[in-house]
Design a protein around this ligand. Structure first.
Ligand code: AGP
Length: 607
């Protein structure tokens, strides 16, 4: 949460920082600010609200310079106010800091600094950082920062500039992400890759305990003791135009429509000579084949993909598997068996709960495989093995294309293991592979029904509550459909296993309640139809996601959205798409900020 940017180079800092912050706005959007050094003096512009509000502040009161830092905030400590917006400064107004994370010992540090005469103007934990730097400054900014980091507890990525040393920018990473971008005659810091792409593709993903001293032309990396460290430079494969809306009104809609393309790309890279080769590394194959249980831990949408993964792994590869919220997994005191593989699924690769689950598993000696989108992210780097889902940058806070890409990877993984273990024959594998190759076209045919789904949204957008039901492998689809709707439209939505409805939630059904039932033709189809009857008998307004050609459901549903037929194991890949579109259009009709829903952030880097 929170996005930070830093720049030193030849360009005007206001546009570099503001554009960079726009690319990171998905990380938080309670307030935003910028600091720059011009002719030896530090200037700050900050205010509560979005980056657009900061633009108008800067338009009215320009800020200049070739070195600067910026911040977009997701509030933790302190209300959403102008004073609590970053950057924060020291008493002299010469040191400015932008911070992402939580300084856990800030109260004692603040007391200590106050007793030494420092004056605080915000309620944030972050403000202790510039004051500590001020306190320790004896003519060398790097030394003051090194002393400061050794006083801090908690999670922190921060960038510092000082009018006393206007040709230096220092970035620190500890338990919150920070990337160094190495350009031609310019250096940048950012919380995430999209902010750097229009300047450079050469990056260093910093590691915990890294302190980087950057000038316009050079950088040096130190540890907290001031010893030099070296890090490899990576060239990212994402392009700058991947983070544009490309004519769509929202990133979310663009990303929904990108799903077939992501499938085509992944199928081409992971299926070779008719076989899934996701574990092509022989060691990884050997290691995974020796595991007797897969324990998937993830958060939010990624957990829903993981839940579907358990059905795939059990059915295709006959592997015992379970999925759990990362935030619960950690505190359950899990019993670890050395033959358990812990699987972390995360779009961002930075989710604090999921990362903590990875660390817990590793500290207990277990192997960890991560399924991640963002290259070089912390979860990817800390796991023993990583499979990338190659969905490209996902900017909309509501995850869509990453979810279906995660499902594809889980399906490929399950097929490969099932085939290698002998549970899937050659001809069955060929059928599965052919069907996977047919999915992008089937996804396109659902996207072509957007006008019908928009019409359904117009009918139901003013409802106060929704229920989503699904059974078997589509039970998590119901959870995901409900999550999509509630997070972007603020309508209360409950997702439930259709067979469980009679144990409680059926009490909610009346003639005002829209009930979305995911009922493709699968092994639990007839059971789902019985559940639809139960809703119908109580007057609920039924919207059904059904398989093409299923005339039977017309009798029960007020609205039917047809999806193409596919193998049961792949149905969740198709059945979620109408629910993503439904949530999107309902949110638009309710005038909600689709890409930046209230109270949320894309990367949840606090526990
Ligand atoms: C999805 O729409 C959500 N905004 C959220 O639940 C998300 O899936 C969750 O925070 C996990 O994120 P990750 O995949 O980056 O770990």
């Amino acid at each position: 949460m929170c996005g930070i940017v830093g720049y030193i180079g030849n360009k005007d800092v206001d546009s570099v920082i503001l554009v960079g912050l726009e690319k990171l706005e998905y990380r938080g959007y309670d307030s935003a600010g910028i600091a720059a050094i011009d002719e030896g003096k530090l200037f700050i512009r900050k205010r509560k609200g979005r980056i657009l509000d900061l633009y108008s502040l800067v338009n009215g009161k320009p800020i200049r310079g070739k070195i600067g830092i910026g911040h977009t905030r997701w509030a933790t400590h302190g209300k959403v106010t102008d004073e609590n917006a970053h950057p924060h400064v020291d008493c002299t107004g010469s040191v400015a800091v932008v911070h992402n994370g939580i300084i856990e010992n800030y109260i004692e540090l603040k007391d200590e600094l106050t007793s030494l005469g420092h004056k605080f103007v915000s309620e944030t934990d972050s403000e202790v950082i510039p004051h500590l730097i001020e306190e320790y400054y004896e003519g060398n900014l790097l030394e003051a920062v090194l002393k400061t980091v050794n006083k801090l507890q908690g999670a922190f990525a921060f960038v510092v500039i000082s009018a006393k040393e206007p040709d230096k920018m220092i970035g620190v990473r500890y338990a919150s992400p920070l990337i160094l971008g190495i350009g031609d005659d310019e250096m940048l810091f950012a919380s995430d890759i999209p902010a750097l792409l229009s300047h450079t593709k050469r990056i260093i993903t910093l590691e915990d305990g890294d302190v980087v001293l950057a000038t316009q032309k050079e950088y040096e990396i130190f540890d907290f003791e001031g010893r030099k460290r070296s890090r490899d430079v990576t060239v990212v494969t994402w392009e700058a135009d991947m983070v544009e809306k490309e004519g769509f009104p929202h990133y979310m809609l663009k990303e929904i429509h990108e799903q077939p393309k992501v499938f085509v790309k992944n199928i081409a890279s992971y299926i070779k000579e008719g076989e899934p080769q996701i574990l092509k590394d022989f060691n990884l194959r050997r290691i995974l084949l020796n595991k007797n249980e897969f324990f998937i831990q993830a958060s939010g949408t990624s957990l829903h993909a993981g839940m579907i993964g358990t059905y795939m792994l059990q059915n295709l590869a006959r592997i015992k598997s379970q999925a759990e919220y990362s935030s619960e997994f950690r505190y359950k005191n899990p019993v670890f068996d050395p033959r358990t593989l812990v699987v972390a699924i995360s779009q961002s690769g930075e989710t604090a709960d999921t990362l903590a689950g990875v660390r817990l598993a590793k500290s207990n000696g277990l192997d960890v495989l991560s399924i991640v989108n963002v290259q070089e992210s912390t979860i990817a780097r800390e796991s023993d093995y990583v499979i990338y889902i190659n969905a490209g940058p996902e900017i909309g806070v509501a995850s869509t294309k990453a979810y279906t890409a995660q499902l594809l990877i889980l399906a490929l993984l399950s097929l490969e293991i099932g085939y290698l273990k002998g549970f899937i024959t050659d001809s069955q594998l060929a059928d599965y592979v052919n069907e996977l190759k047919a999915l992008p076209e089937k996804m396109r045919s659902i996207l072509a029904k957007e006008a019908q789904i928009q019409h359904i949204a117009e009918k139901f957008y003013s409802a106060n509550n929704f229920m989503f039901l699904g059974r078997g492998i589509n039970f998590p689809t119901a959870l995901e459909g409900a999550l999509k709707l509630k997070e972007i439209s603020y309508i209360h939505a409950t997702g439930y296993a259709a067979g469980e409805m009679k144990h409680g939630p059926i009490a909610l059904v009346d003639e005002n309640l829209p009930v979305v039932v995911v009922a493709p033709r699968t092994s639990v189809y007839s059971k789902t139809i019985s559940n639809i009857q139960e809703v119908r008998a109580r007057g609920g307004r039924i919207i059904i996601v059904a398989t093409d050609g299923d005339e039977n459901v017309r009798e029960f549903g007020e609205e039917i959205i047809y999806i193409p037929e596919t193998f049961e194991i792949f149905t969740p890949i198709l059945s979620i798409i109408p629910l993503q579109l439904l949530a999107y259009h309902i949110a638009v009709l309710r005038n909600c900020d689709v890409d930046k829903p209230r109270n949320l952030a894309k990367s949840v880097t606090v526990e």
